[in-house]
Design a protein around this ligand. Structure first.
Ligand code: LIP
Length: 299
């Protein structure tokens, strides 16, 4: 199963799932705003994950707990996978909710007003690249309130305004004219490799934007605020909802060099331009990190 593949759900069911995603993400964003207000001090860090800079705040955990409790009431038959609580809670429906309580956690920590709540529901197993397809999703930019929604075959919108990548006659046709968003990982070794790729890419694109939230990067692709996005190591909860926003706006969201979404590098944008980005990324060595060679050796 892959993004865009039809899991055979009725349009009415998808519309219902869209409403659940939207209501859950909107309520969660409201809780963050109410708790954060105009505080200047940084939120409490509860722990770290893959590195000392990969932080989890108390708010991350509280919002995921709130989302899990809400979904257990309204969609008890579905599974749930979240960024902060270990493992997947299996369901019986074949659908799994994929939650990122705060996407852009470091921005939230530094009071940079660019972070989101991302709520998606997917068919298949979201832990396995290529084995899931997003069915409905919502991304809420917490500080601005912008609400991005999408449903499989039901289109995508921001604040109710339909999105369409393909109808932008002014969109760039060449990579040299493309504004490209990307991000960097929490581990220094990976950032060194990502910087190497970026150094090779920078001369052949218009410019780069490093927003700090994969879900908002992808939503900005759908809205034409950036032309392309790529990033290595993005988790399914960062991108499941926003990938559908892009796909339903006529874009593509895929892995690199024929790999499934969720394996190594994700890239997104208008189909033709995205293909040219993929070529440039492979030429820049984006699919040949030291960790890839180590994995190939069975390390
Ligand atoms: C973040 C992503 C971002 C990436 C950051 C981080 P988090 O997710 O949304 O694209 O560059 O390194 O992974 O950790 O804020 O949920």
């Amino acid at each position: 199963m892959s993004p865009g593949q039809d899991p055979g759900l009725e349009p009415g069911v998808i519309d219902e799932l869209m409403a659940v995603a939207r209501d859950a993400a909107t309520a969660a964003a409201g809780l963050i705003r109410a708790a954060t207000g105009d505080q200047d001090d940084r939120p409490a860090v509860a722990s770290t994950k893959s590195s000392p800079t990969d932080v989890v705040t108390a708010m991350d955990r509280a919002i995921e707990r709130h989302l899990r409790e809400h979904l257990a009431k309204v969609r008890p038959q579905d599974g749930v996978l979240g960024e902060e609580e270990d493992g997947l809670r299996a369901g019986s429906s074949g659908l799994t909710w994929v939650l990122d309580p705060i996407d852009g956690t470091v921005n939230y920590l530094y009071r940079i007003p660019v972070y989101s709540v991302s709520v998606a529901v997917v068919a298949g197993d979201p832990r396995v690249p290529g084995a899931w397809t997003p069915v409905a999703g919502c991304v809420v930019s917490v500080e601005t309130g912008e609400t991005w929604t999408a449903g499989l075959g039901r289109g995508s919108a921001v604040d109710g305004r339909p999105l369409s990548i393909r109808t932008d006659p002014d969109g760039p046709r060449e990579l040299s004219q493309a504004l490209v968003a990307t991000g960097f990982g929490y581990r220094a070794e990976r950032r060194a490799e990502q910087a190497r790729v970026f150094a090779a890419l920078a001369p052949v694109i218009r410019d780069i934007r490093r927003i700090g939230s994969a879900s908002l990067d992808l939503c900005m692709v759908a809205a034409g605020q950036v032309d392309l996005y790529y990033e290595r190591g993005v988790n399914v909860w960062d991108m499941a909802a926003a990938a559908l926003v892009v796909i339903e706006a006529g874009g593509v969201v895929t892995g690199l060099a024929g790999r499934p979404l969720g394996e190594r590098t994700v890239l997104a944008g208008e189909p033709g331009l995205c293909a040219r980005l993929a070529e440039a990324l492979v030429a820049a060595g984006a699919d040949d990190f030291a960790e890839d060679r180590e994995a190939a050796r069975g390390g």
